[in-house]
Structures are given as structure tokens and as C-alpha cells.
Design a protein around this ligand. Structure first.
Ligand code: N01
Length: 508
């Protein structure tokens, strides 16, 4: 057996202090790795939940399921937690596990260059740091997408994206326009509509909506969870099981589950919208689940309130005073909310990452954003792209996904610690074979049944996992070393077993 002192301690740099970055830090520390630098470009951790503060922001994955497995939370106040509660949870976890004091706040990774066995990473503070491993934990839906609408820059009122909500704008008595009807818009419209604000909703494509009532957890329920820590875990497991068995299976091609979910959505629409004309305007012409399913128990009620108008004529242009639709109608507005979604393929960009032989990320992804097992880019050794393309996102907990990916990454790092290699990168053939594997399952999924969604890349390929959660977990259990180039460098192999764990920050 190898002696403990033969193990090397890697230097790891993590980009992003959101859910995945915190998790990676905690798991590395648990594995005895201490030389970790966690860069966060903003002054606060939390990623999605720090950025999205729009009215009604909440997670559409049940709270006990949207929780780290090692840190159950008896304090969740609702079945679907509000954004601020989730933000508080991550801040608590970061304090409890001693992550917060290690975060380099207000410091973005701007570039990284690979050189024989290590990364040289530059930051917005002009510093350079070396690392054996670089982990991108920047999340998926990070970069807001501004709609490409004529005249958008000429609007004289207030305009902001849901992920950049401007809380200095007082909405009282204002005429508010919302562009988009996705998950974010639905939550905004439901909340502002119920509060009586004057809302004009611009819908380009109707959405299927599943009613899944939110409810408060009572103080007694929370107390029971505090006393029995297994309770929240079991609740989360039951929720995961149901979502996996019904929701996930419905979208990957199981006809029975798909019929059940479709029926539930159609029933929700029929029962809650009595006006046949309005119902027709709210009825999608694509299959349930093709776009990401929306969970809401208040949207149809909100859209029928007298203070809310649904506009289904296309937007022709944005004028100084509001929105003009294709039928020539002018909608005068004081505020425009862009609920127009995100660029899901941005990942860590605009950071410029340069791999082996000077391959830039822009070149590597010129034709297609792709990765072997979602995590590895050929030519970019010792680099892990967390929640990369074809991770099993959708109506499932990204925390569970990140935990599986983190365990997988740690297995590779452990092999490095045992000096099996200094450099690990996916073989190009392995990535192509992984892509074929994905493609062969995609045909039976509902995502390719005829709709536009943010899941799709420019070729119409959904960056999704087309098989079951169980199969994904099985395939991610152990890295298959045949799929990697493993390289050793004599000078690195000779490095002392436990180098000084104190980070060396050099001036650029
Ligand atoms: O964005 P979206 P989102 N003119 O891309 C419309 C997660 N999320 O922020 O459907 C007019 O879904 C666009 O219209 P169309 C969740 O994974 C999670 O709402 O393309 N309209 C659509 O209606 C979700 O799926 C939570 O025709 C334009 C909308 O804008 C993902 O984030 C909460 C337009 C964009 O919808 C993204 O949701 C919220 C244009 N030019 C979000 N361009 C949680 O619960 C775009 N649209 C954690």
C-alpha cells in the first residue's frame, strides 16, 4: 500500500463561488486538499441566487431536494424555497464549512494558460497564480440574453433584465411591460400581477404550465426536521424519486409518464382559464416538456386579473415610449422587464482559456460547444467544466448533479496525487464517441419534437442528457482511464510529496 506521505497535494483554482464552487471547495478540503483558491468576480457568493432578486424569485425544484446531501436543512420555510432563503442557505454553508474566508472576492479569472502540467491563471486584479487543476464552477444560466429587438436602446423609461433587477426603480403606479413568458417571467408576472401592478405581458410562445402548489412548512414541521435530521433527507429523496420517475422519464421518451404530465398541464389550463379565446392564446403548439416545463400555481390567475394584459401579437419594435406590436398597436410603458433568458453556452467566458499547443477556447468551441462527459475538453488538460453540456439538467436538482460530478473529479485528482500522471485530458475520439452516445438517445426525447428552447445549440442539438438519472449516475461512477491521455513529466514527478500549502501569489 502506498504510504500517505507519497501523496502529492495539488494546487487547485476554482472559478466561481456559487453552489458548485462552494461544493467543490468543501469536498476538496474533506479530501485533505488545502491549497485551493476560489475566485469570485463579485463581492458576494451565491451565483444565481445572488444575481436573481426579481419579485417572486423561487426555485422550481423542491427545497429539500435542492440541498447539499451533507447539509440537510430543517429550516426550509416552503416546499419551493424563495431565492433569498436559498441565498441564506449557501451563505450559512460557506461560513459553517470555513469557505468564506478563502474566497477571493471581486476578482474574476480573466485568462488561463496551460503549460506542461500546470495552469497559469490571470485575474482582474492583475495577479497570476499557478495551479495543477483548474475548475470552472460558473454555472449554466449566468449571462443574461438581451432580446434582439429593433429600437431597444432608445427606450426612455427604465429597462432591466430579470437577473439584473433594478430595485431603485419604484414600480408603484408604473406601466410595466414584461417581455418573455419563461420560468423567470412567470414568477415575476404572478407576483406583480397579484400585487395589482399594471402589467403588459408580451408572449412570443405560450408555455405548458404544471400546477404544483407551493406550501409553507409549519413551525411544527420544521421542529420535527430539527429533531430528526433524517426527516428532511427522506423528504428530499421522495421528491427526487417522484421527479425522476415521472418528470424526467416523461421528457426522455416514456409514453406513459409523458401522457400523465401532458394531461396534468392540459387539465391545469382548462380548469383555470375558462375563456376559450384566451385559452387558445395560452395553448402551446408543441409537446409538453419540449421547452422546460414551468411549475406555477398562480400564473393563470395572474394573467386574468384586470390589471394584467396578455399580448400575443409579435413585437415589432421598442420605441421611446414603449412597445409597438406587429398590428401597429402602441403599448405605452414606464418600465420594461426583459425576461428573455440567458446564454446557456457562455459558461466561464469571456475568460480566455488557452489549452495545449496554444488552443484557445474560442477555437476549441468554434464549431460546437461540447465536452467529454460534460466535464472534459480535449486539449485542455487538468481542467474540469462543472455542469458542462449534456449534464442532466432540466427539472432536476443541479446540486445533485454537481455532487456526482465532484466525486468523479476527485477520483481523477486522487490518481494525480498518487502520481499516476501529471496531466489528464480527454481523448478526442472519446468525446466524439460520447457525442454519438448522446445523439443516439436524443431522438426519442421530447426536446427534439419541434420547439425552440434554450436547451438547443445552433444545430438544434439539446445540450441535455437523454437517458435516465440512474444511468447517468452509473456512467459517472468511475472515470474510464482508457478515454484519457495520461502524461507524466519527470520534473513534476520529482516534486516533493507535500509542498508548502500556502498559496503563492505572484505579481503579473
Ligand atoms: O428564460 P427562458 P427564463 N422577443 O429562456 C422570450 C431557470 N430558471 O429566465 O419562448 C420576444 O426560459 C422567450 O420566448 P420564446 C430555468 O431552468 C429557474 O425564464 O423563445 N420574446 C421566452 O418566453 C429556466 O428554464 C428558476 O418564444 C423573447 C423568454 O423570453 C431557465 O432559468 C427560475 C425574445 C425566455 O425564457 C431560463 O428561464 C427562473 C424576443 N426577442 C428560471 N427573446 C428556478 O426556479 C426571448 N424571448 C431556479
Amino acid at each position: 500500500m502506498q504510504k500517505q506521505e507519497d501523496f502529492r497535494s495539488p494546487r487547485v483554482v476554482i472559478i466561481g463561488a456559487g453552489m458548485t464552487g462552494l461544493l467543490m471547495f468543501i469536498k476538496l478540503r474533506e479530501a485533505g486538499i488545502t491549497d485551493i483558491t476560489l475566485f469570485e468576480k463579485k463581492s458576494r457568493l451565491g451565483g444565481t441566487w445572488r444575481d436573481n432578486t426579481y419579485p417572486g424569485v423561487a426555485c422550481d425544484v423542491p427545497a429539500h431536494m435542492y440541498t447539499y446531501s451533507f447539509e440537510p436543512n430543517p429550516e426550509w420555510r416552503k416546499r419551493f424555497a424563495d431565492g433569498s432563503e436559498i441565498q441564506n442557505y449557501f451563505e450559512r454553508v460557506a461560513c459553517k464549512y470555513g469557505v468564506i474566508e478563502h474566497i477571493q472576492f471581486n476578482e474574476a479569472v480573466t485568462e488561463a494558460m496551460y503549460e506542461a502540467g500546470h495552469w497559469r491563471i490571470g485575474t482582474s486584479q492583475g495577479r497570476t497564480v499557478q495551479a495543477d487543476f483548474l475548475v470552472s464552477a460558473t454555472g449554466i444560466l449566468r449571462v443574461p440574453k438581451r432580446p434582439d429587438i429593433k429600437g431597444i436602446d432608445g427606450f426612455q423609461g427604465a429597462m432591466f433584465h430579470t437577473a439584473e433587477w433594478d430595485h431603485s426603480v419604484d414600480l408603484t403606479g408604473k406601466r410595466i411591460g414584461v417581455i418573455g413568458t419563461g420560468s423567470s417571467a412567470t414568477q415575476v408576472i404572478t407576483t406583480l400581477g397579484r400585487q395589482g401592478h399594471d402589467l403588459t405581458v408580451f408572449q412570443r410562445t405560450p408555455q405548458w404550465i404544471l400546477s404544483y402548489p407551493n406550501r409553507d412548512y409549519s413551525e411544527q414541521e420544521r421542529e420535527r426536521c430539527r429533531r430528526n435530521r433524517l426527516r428532511p433527507v427522506i423528504t428530499g429523496k421522495i421528491q427526487s424519486f417522484l421527479i425522476e420517475q415521472i418528470g424526467s422519464k416523461a421528457v426522455i421518451g416514456n409514453p406513459v409518464q409523458h401522457a400523465m404530465v401532458s394531461m396534468a398541464c392540459k387539465w391545469n389550463l382548462r380548469m383555470n382559464v375558462k375563456d376559450a379565446n384566451l385559452r387558445a392564446r395560452l395553448t402551446p403548439d408543441y409537446k409538453v416538456g419540449c421547452k422546460r416545463l414551468i411549475l406555477s400555481d398562480g400564473y393563470y390567475d395572474a394573467i386574468q386579473r384586470p390589471n394584467v394584459r396578455l399580448i400575443t401579437d409579435g413585437i415589432q419594435r421598442i420605441t421611446e415610449q414603449g412597445v409597438q406590436t406587429a398590428n401597429g398597436e402602441q403599448h405605452a410603458l414606464d418600465v420594461i422587464v426583459l425576461a428573455s433568458g440567458f446564454d446557456p453556452f457562455a459558461y466561464f467566458r469571456p475568460a480566455n482559456i488557452v489549452g495545449k499547443q496554444g488552443v484557445r477556447i474560442a477555437e476549441a468551441w468554434q464549431d460546437k460547444v461540447q465536452a467529454y462527459r460534460s466535464l472534459h475538453l480535449p486539449d485542455f488538460p487538468n481542467f474540469f467544466l462543472m455542469l458542462g453540456p449534456n449534464s442532466p439538467i432540466g427539472n432536476f436538482s443541479v446540486i445533485a448533479i454537481s455532487e456526482v460530478q465532484t466525486d468523479y473529479v476527485l477520483q481523477l485528482i486522487r490518481l494525480w496525487q498518487r502520481r499516476r500522471f501529471d496531466e489528464v485530458s480527454a481523448k478526442r475520439e472519446a468525446m466524439m464517441s460520447f457525442n454519438r452516445h448522446i445523439k443516439s438517445g436524443m431522438g426519442k426525447t421530447v426536446w427534439v419534437s419541434g420547439c425552440n428552447s434554450w436547451y438547443m445549440d445552433q444545430y438544434g442539438d439539446p445540450a441535455m442528457w437523454p437517458y435516465s438519472w440512474k444511468q447517468w449516475v452509473k456512467e459517472m461512477a468511475t472515470p474510464d482511464l482508457n478515454d484519457f491521455h495520461l502524461v507524466s513529466y519527470p520534473e513534476l514527478q520529482a516534486r516533493p510529496a507535500r509542498p508548502d500549502p500556502v498559496r503563492r501569489l505572484e505579481s503579473a
